[in-house]
Design a protein around this ligand. Sequence first.
Ligand SMILES: Cc1cc2nc3c(=O)[nH]c(=O)nc-3n(C[C@H](O)[C@H](O)[C@H](O)COP(=O)(O)O)c2cc1C
Length: 170
Amino acid sequence: MPLRILIAYATKHETTREIAEVITETLNEEGFEAKAKAVGMVESLAEYDMVVIGSPIYMGMILKEAKTFVIRFADALKEKQVATFAVGMSCKDLTDETCRKVEEAMAPITNRVQVKGEMGMFAGRMNPSFIPIFGRFMRYNKAKTEDARDWEAIRAWARSLAKQCAVAAV
Ligand SMILES: Cc1cc2nc3c(=O)[nH]c(=O)nc-3n(C[C@H](O)[C@H](O)[C@H](O)COP(=O)(O)O)c2cc1C
């Protein structure tokens, strides 16, 4: 039976959902049985062998629902293989410093679960309409409309995850 993988994502503006769907598609092409679901829509992890958890970063933090998901399924996640990915505009330039900040943002997940392989760090998408009114003094206020997603990098990460899973399954 192929490994059954859930890609559980949090999102505010759909960017991370679309990334989760491309990861899902790639894993399915690699012969796994993958499915993407918003974290809030997941009722049980019983039907999955592996869970990939993804969240965008806002103001240096992951979305609350991603953390809630990990806390809610803490026991079940101990029995699964877990991988993670983060989405943020800072991931356009993955210096040591940006990687450190992304890892710090993802700590509410990675401190709670045993994670497999390298975290995916993907550039996201920006639109002035994403900026809340109260955020007009923020750095991101000057943001222009931009889609920085590197679909090939996202697919490559999913394929490398698939390779690790295949090795683990032997
Ligand atoms: C108010 C605001 C704050 C943000 N803060 C960060 C941040 O701290 N680090 C980062 O890398 N990206 C940051 N971003 C970029 C988002 O992570 C990016 O827009 C992402 O693609 C949003 O994903 P979503 O559409 O799935 O919610 C911020 C975006 C906004 C609008």
